[in-house]
Design a protein around this ligand. Structure first.
Ligand code: SF4
Ligand code: SF4
Length: 448
């Protein structure tokens, strides 16, 4: 295994290409691949309704995906490779199965949400649980999203990350999935889908369950963008995803009847982790020590939104209450150590396998079934946008500092920002060639 100091090592190539986890918070991949692991899991168990980017990677970019897996297995010393795909994606399975080498197997995941969650995936593949508050590497597993693996294969060839695979769906004429330049504005992306088909639209960036409602077509896609879902502002889903903290706390305080359904359907609770959202809801009615005792039941929340958007009969928002409670636990020094959290972990719930949330029924409940008839198939996009706005704070770790100035000419792939110090972080590259026109927490490039 070689480290980041060796310029020819995979670790250094992955760092300098700016590869970050494409399926999550943008954690720099070069750090993650320095640990050793027995098992590499390629995560293609796409979960968010209507998104099709992981399936596009598996069906269209399988050569690079398998190259990435082989490189990483060699890097971390893994003898077992697993590609996880949902059973329903028969096209992906039929394409990839004959191409798999002997040391990589296919894991068919149930058609439930959130099968692609790292904790779910590791348990399904290995039969072991990640320790509460821990990471897959704690039990000798490395999980990488399939897009990240393609980016790793490309990094090994010296190709930096300048594009991200995105699905555009919902109220658009022609849903599609494509590699798009990082920094492309939502409005430009959506116009590639033939335009919007509803009045007063908003965009959910990242998927219906875990994405963010964005009301700004000038916002731009980042290295971790996975999908843009265009929906009417008046839809129930957008209304529920747009509640302010004041609103969801006020409604939650008066509306929760402590039925416990949010806890009984919580996937992390069913895996035995110490999370009980109904107790966190109860904390809204209490103060002081009692409230603190109840609040800690939020810490293991993965923010999947099952409790709010599937379980709660009162349409309350235990998920967002868990999110704000986690923020407050950290701020008030009440955050438990992984050991304390692990000490509260129980056996896997005996009903777990019967409580998965079927993907199709979830889409219906979210009001998305009507879009399901159109699949967002891959589209080759070779048009270059006239302008990109590349966010500087799109990845975890040290924020990169611009290394270009206003008026500089840059070519696609050139480094435009880099971490200033020795801490964890990766550079950012120009996604199109052009002139730098503005630097302000982002770098704007005009194609000219
Ligand atoms: S499901 Fe809704 S009403 Fe029931 S305990 Fe949870 S938040 Fe309260
Ligand atoms: S969002 Fe709700 S269902 Fe999901 S892990 Fe958190 S508490 Fe559990």
């Amino acid at each position: 295994m070689s480290g980041a100091g060796d310029m020819n090592s995979l670790v250094e190539k992955v760092r300098s290409a700016g590869v970050v986890g494409a399926g999550g918070a943008g954690f720099p991949s070069y750090v993650k691949i320095q640990a050793s692991a027995d098992v590499l899991i390629a995560n293609g168990a796409e979960c968010e309704p209507l998104l099709f980017k992981d399936q596009t990677i598996i069906q269209r970019f399988s050569t690079e995906l398998l190259q990435g897996m082989a490189l990483l297995m060699d890097q971390v010393g893994a003898s077992r490779g697993v590609l996880a795909v949902k059973e329903k994606h028969q096209d992906s399975i039929a394409h990839i199965e004959p191409l798999l080498p002997a040391n990589i197997e296919l894991k068919l995941m149930p058609n439930v949400y959130p099968a692609g969650d790292e904790y779910e995936l590791v348990y399904e593949v290995t039969g072991n649980r990640i320790p509460a508050g821990g990471l897959p590497k704690d039990i000798g597993v490395l999980v990488q999203n399939v897009e990240t693996l393609v980016n790793i294969a490309r990094a090994a060839e010296g190709q930096p990350v300048t594009r991200t695979m995105v699905t555009v769906h919902g109220e658009v004429e022609h849903p599609f999935t494509a590699w798009l330049p990082i920094g492309m504005r939502f409005g430009d992306v959506i116009s590639l889908a033939g335009g919007i088909t509803c009045d007063d639209p908003v965009v959910i960036d990242g998927g219906a369950m875990m994405g963010q409602v964005v009301d700004d077509q000038d916002a731009s896609i980042s290295a971790v963008s996975s999908g843009l879902l265009v929906l009417p502002r008046a839809s129930n889903l957008v209304r529920r995803r747009s509640e302010t903290e004041q609103e969801y706390k006020r409604i939650g305080k008066s509306g929760c009847d402590q039925c416990t359904l949010c806890t009984e359907m919580c996937p992390r609770y069913l895996l035995g982790y110490p999370i009980q959202p109904h107790l966190v809801m109860r904390s809204l009615l209490t103060t002081g020590e009692v409230s603190e005792t109840l609040s800690v039941h939020a810490q293991a929340c993965c923010e999947c939104n099952i409790c709010s958007l599937w379980a709660c009969p009162e349409q309350l928002n235990p998920r967002d209450i868990c999110v704000s409670t986690k923020r407050d636990l950290k701020a008030n020094d009440l955050w438990l150590t992984p050991e304390q959290l692990q000490g509260q972990t129980r056996e896997v719930h005996s009903m777990r396998e019967y409580r998965g949330v079927p993907s199709q029924r979830l889409a219906r409940k979210l009001g998305l079934a009507k879009y399901d008839s159109k699949t967002a198939y891959w589209k080759e996009v070779d048009t270059v946008p006239s302008r990109v706005i590349i966010p500087l704070h799109q990845r975890m770790g040290q924020h990169p500092e611009p290394v270009v100035s206003n008026g500089d000419a840059v070519v696609e792939g050139a480094v435009i920002a880099a971490p200033a110090g020795e801490g964890m972080g990766v550079p950012i590259h120009a996604s199109i060639s052009g002139i730098v026109t503005l630097i302000d927490g982002f770098i704007e490039i005009d194609a000219g």
